[in-house]
Design a protein around this ligand. Structure first.
Ligand SMILES: *Cc1c(COP(=O)(O)O)cnc(C)c1O
Length: 419
């Protein structure tokens, strides 16, 4: 039997149709998309085609999309670029005036974000440029809307909440958060109406969604979600690694944080990664044309995995909300069996899972997501994340259901913690 891959939230295999679309841009169509001659134009055609696919996904204009090197860069650009734009506009916006007291703008995010949000936030705080509120989650891993609303202050410029959590798969109430922020902005614009007339639409709370894990499963139209900024990544949706994108609503102030070229509307300079961008476009095209049956199949297999493991293994718990959850994710704690040991023993059986996020593995710290959900440290350490993909088969799930109970039993027998 072939190796079994159940770590699709870490990365996905490249879809063969995506590879086919990319191939000419790695060989014949090698021009620099910014060149004026036909070689350049050929390459730019690929970039434009990809932009078209993404504008369909977000339901947005062509020019509201920029390509980046991945979601980590997109997230950094949002946090640093928005802050830089507000700082440049100092003294003009009402938020700037409110911030002027302490010289800091305010950002709201959640405790369960990906490190690609949390760490740039920590960096901005360290540099003395921003203050950040990290809202918590309930025991099912969902943020609380009133808590976000309560955290908004006069100097708040950004709310950044992930759409789907990468460890427990919970779908956050994004649409509701978007509507709440819109309401807040309406009240704000009334309050500062005369001032803001002078300075345009600058003075608002902007809403960013790290939507990396949502693309395959959730509504992505920016207008519907009331999003100003949305981040996606190629390699989480059967596209290539090292390419991502950022949706930026027209008139959103975002200052470039890298310099050296005019590409991507002066916001993200650098030579186009043409093949990568075409690959991202092709991956998004697959999403745009996806039949709902694919996700139904994933859901069925995931539910079978949970149900059968629960039946065969005592003392286990599913982490996160079963309702508001993407179909691909099962995060399960096996009391008194160590996560890392289970992972290694499964790997010996050619089954690949993870203990949390790929970025956190290798560290002995328990998952910050599970901790934020109030799960005790020993249960966090006993957790495995299974993430299924469109290629996952019933046979593969059956094999996991057959093998894992034996592994857990063996580990529990050896555990000094056993009852
Ligand atoms: C994987 C991931 C990222 C980072 O994406 P890269 O393209 O690998 O930089 C950011 N946010 C979430 C939620 C992710 O799952």
């Amino acid at each position: 039997m072939q190796k079994i891959y159940l770590d699709h939230s870490a990365t996905t295999p490249l879809d063969s149709q995506v590879l086919k679309k990319m191939q000419p841009y790695l060989t014949d169509i090698f021009g620099n998309a910014s060149s004026v001659h036909s070689f350049g134009q050929g390459a730019m055609k690929g970039v434009d085609w990809a932009r078209e696919q993404l504008s369909q996904l977000f339901g947005c204009k062509f020019k509201e999309i920029i390509f980046t090197s991945g979601a980590t860069e997109s997230n950094n650009l949002v946090l640093q670029g928005l802050l830089a734009a507000f700082r440049k506009n100092n003294e003009q916006s009402a938020a700037a005036k409110a911030a002027a007291d302490k010289g800091k703008f305010h950002i709201i995010t959640s405790q369960i974000e990906h490190p690609a949000i949390l760490e740039p936030c920590q960096e901005l705080v360290k540099q003395g440029l921003a203050e950040v509120t990290y809202v918590g989650v309930n025991k099912l891993g969902l943020v609380n809307l009133p808590e976000i609303k309560k955290a908004i202050k006069a100097n708040t410029i950004l709310v950044s909440i992930m759409y789907v959590n990468n460890e427990v798969g919970t779908i956050q109430p994004i649409k509701e958060i978007g509507r709440m922020i819109e309401k807040v902005n309406k009240e704000r614009s009334k309050k500062y109406e005369t001032e803001n007339k002078k300075f345009g639409v600058f003075d608002r709370v902007y809403f960013h969604i790290d939507a990396v894990q949502a693309v395959n499963y959730c509504e992505m139209r920016a207008d519907f979600l009331k999003a100003d900024l949305m981040t996606i990544s190629g390699h989480k949706i059967y596209g290539p690694k090292g390419v991502g994108a950022l949706y930026i609503r027209e008139n959103t102030p975002l200052k470039s944080v890298t310099f050296g070229g005019h590409q991507e509307y002066n916001v993200r300079p650098g030579t186009y990664n043409v093949a990568g961008i075409v690959g991202l476009g092709a991956a998004v095209e697959l999403v745009n044309n996806q039949s709902p049956i694919t996700n139904d199949q994933i859901l069925k297999l995931r539910n079978k995995l949970i149900a059968c493991l629960k039946k065969k293994i005592p003392n286990i718990q599913l982490n996160g909300d079963l309702e508001n959850r993407v179909p691909s994710n099962a995060n399960i704690s096996f009391k008194n069996a160590e996560g890392e040991s289970m992972l290694l023993m499964l790997d010996l059986e050619d089954i690949a899972v993870s203990t949390g996020s790929a970025c956190a593995s290798g560290s002995l710290e328990p998952s910050h997501v599970l901790r934020a959900m109030g799960i005790p440290a020993d249960i966090c350490h006993a957790s495995l994340r299974f993430t299924l993909g469109k290629g996952t088969t019933k046979k593969e799930i059956d094999k996991v259901i057959e093998i894992l109970p034996k592994i857990v039993a063996r580990l529990r027998q050896m555990s000094p913690l056993k009852k």
